[in-house]
Ligand binder design. Structure first.
Ligand code: PEP
Ligand code: MG
Length: 540
């Protein structure tokens, strides 16, 4: 038995499928069929060119990157390496690029020096295309598997279809990493931070994954299996009992009305919210729409998806968050410069304000979809007033453009922000005057307040949901929101920590947005609580 951190509850019994770490690193592999490998590389180059046409709007960058990809000497030397040395494409690309950069660095010419970053970009584009293939591991996974990996990226997790994957466990990763969140949204058990996992488990081993206790049992005996089979039946019975709460309203015992919404990353999960009696969508993480694609989704593609979700929810609120890429979420087709601190870097609204083309495409799609339901737009990671105003200005620009083209949108559309950076919490009184609602993103608010990387299991003991500093910030945000007369929700994982519900209600939180599988449980708890008593708990 190995112990880790529990991330998503439930129990699964199935065969292990181990993702080997080497598959994602660049190592030298001698290939059997070099012609086939060459074909693989050629296809990656073609795909890279297509991506450039779709993604790169800056004419200079576009042209210089395309030139590199079309340069017979550059691609020729990679091809030669694959054929002569019979090596894998990744290794050939990396070594040719390393060599070129070394040569360029020695040349005293500014123009040549500037080309280094272009070569690096082109290299990382081709490498991520090649890597993207191995990320499509789901195709080789057998039905009813439990995935085991050192780390599992958000885009790998996004591929896991419930029927194929019963659960997953990793050596590294924190409880609010995006892979963990997707696992929870899928409603499958997840355990992370299990030391030595890859040494102990082999593909094909029988595994019990216990997400309730945060443990994994390898090749269990019949007696243990029997105990767990009974436990699975019990969990199913509890789930059935919770369905009684599906059509009930969310009131406390003393009739304070609250809202339990669902957090989603795709259309399938939107259906799950409805099936579980969610009163709306409190957070749609749109970056997963971008991750599912092999290029930036067009305005039309996005418009159709947003429209579909909105129609499913009719007049119920649907909070769609604009693109939050960066940190632990990457788009394979959008190369970004390496950053020393990606979570503190060009992420979320910062990236969108830097790539206005990408941002405005999304905003236009959202505005056009707004007439089909009760859309509310939410900006992530706002850290000061200036940033909020810039984002709103771009939204206004899109509105004017649509009006000029005689395209309809909802003029009463609500606009809110996530409070997930401590600076935003501290000036929430000022921000509250310029938005229609707040949603507290505790996953990041905790990470940034406590200086604890949310994906790092080594310091997860500091990632404490009861931390006083974080709770005080939340209290402040709720007070400031209410003073300005706007509602405040919570869409971070704290909203589904059962032990904290009384405190959050006591502080005055209006809305909880949780994974679809947690909605009914949270409603059940709220209906058992007394608001006045909860208020007395807030003594800090
Ligand atoms: C959060 O930070 O709490 C949040 C809801 O956003 P994400 O988890 O996608 O960063
Ligand atoms: Mg966040």
């Amino acid at each position: 038995m190995l112990i880790g951190s529990k991330v998503s509850s439930g129990i699964a019994i199935g065969k292990a499928f181990v993702i080997k770490e080497e598959e994602f690193n660049i190592i030298k592999i001698v290939v059997k069929d070099e012609l086939k490998e060459l074909e693989r590389f050629n296809e990656a180059v073609q795909k890279g060119m297509k991506e450039l046409h779709k993604v790169e709007k800056n004419k200079d960058i576009f042209e210089s990157h395309l030139m590199i990809l079309e340069d017979p000497e550059f691609v020729g030397s990679i091809r030669e390496k694959i054929l002569d040395e019979k090596v894998n494409s990744e290794y050939a690309v990396q070594t040719v690029i390393d060599k070129l950069i070394k040569i360029f660095k020695e040349i005293e010419d500014e123009y040549i020096k500037e080309r280094i970053s272009d070569i690096k970009d082109v290299g990382s584009r081709i490498l991520s295309i090649l890597k993207g293939e191995s990320e499509n591991f789901i195709n080789v996974v057998e039905k009813d598997s439990i995935i085991i990996g050192k780390d599992i990226t958000p885009s790998q997790t996004a591929q896991m279809k419930r029927k194929k994957v019963l659960g997953f466990a990793t050596e590294i990763g924190g409880v609010t990493s995006h892979s963990a969140i997707i696992g929870r949204n899928l409603g499958i058990p997840v355990v992370v931070g299990i030391k030595n996992l890859l040494n102990e488990v082999n593909t094909g081993d029988l595994i019990i994954l216990d997400g309730n206790k945060g443990i994994i049992i390898i090749n269990p005996d019949e007696e243990t299996l029997e105990v767990y089979r009974k436990e699975i039946n019990k969990i199913q019975e509890e789930k059935n009992e919770l369905l009684n709460y599906k059509n009930l309203t969310t009131f406390t015992l003393d009739l304070k009305r609250l809202q339990v919404n669902g957090s989603i990353g795709n259309l399938k999960e939107a259906e799950d919210v409805n099936k579980n009696g969610g009163e709306g969508i409190g957070l749609f993480r749109t970056e997963f729409l971008y991750m599912e694609n092999d290029g930036l989704p067009s305005e039309e593609e996005q418009f159709n998806k947003y429209k579909e979700v909105l129609k499913k929810f009719k007049d119920k609120p649907v909070v769609i968050r604009t693109l939050d890429i960066g940190g632990d979420k990457k788009l394979s087709y959008l190369p970004m410069e390496e950053e020393l601190n990606p979570f503190l870097g060009l992420r979320a609204i910062r990236l969108c304000l830097n790539r206005k083309d990408i941002f405005k495409t999304q905003l236009r799609a959202l505005l056009r979809a707004s007439i089909y339901g009760n859309l509310q737009i939410m900006f992530p990671m706002i850290c000061n007033l200036n940033e909020l105003r810039k984002a709103k200005k771009l939204l206004d620009e899109c509105k004017v453009e649509l009006e000029e083209d005689n395209i309809k949108y909802n003029k009463n559309l609500l606009v809110g922000i996530m409070i997930e950076v401590p600076s935003a919490a501290i000036i929430s009184d000022i921000l509250a005057k310029e938005v229609d609602f707040f949603s507290i993103g505790t996953n990041d608010l905790m990470q940034y307040t406590l200086a604890v990387d949310r994906t790092n299991e080594k310091i997860s003991y500091l990632y404490d949901f009861n931390d006083l500093a974080v709770l005080r910030l939340i209290k402040l945000v709720i007070e400031n929101a209410h003073k300005a007369g706007i509602p405040v929700g919570m869409c971070g994982e704290m909203a589904s920590r059962e032990e904290l519900i009384p405190l959050l209600i006591g502080m005055g939180l209006d809305e909880f947005s949780v994974s679809p599988s947690s909605i009914l449980k949270i409603r059940k708890i709220i209906r058992s609580l007394n608001y006045i008593k909860c208020k007395r708990m807030v003594v800090f």
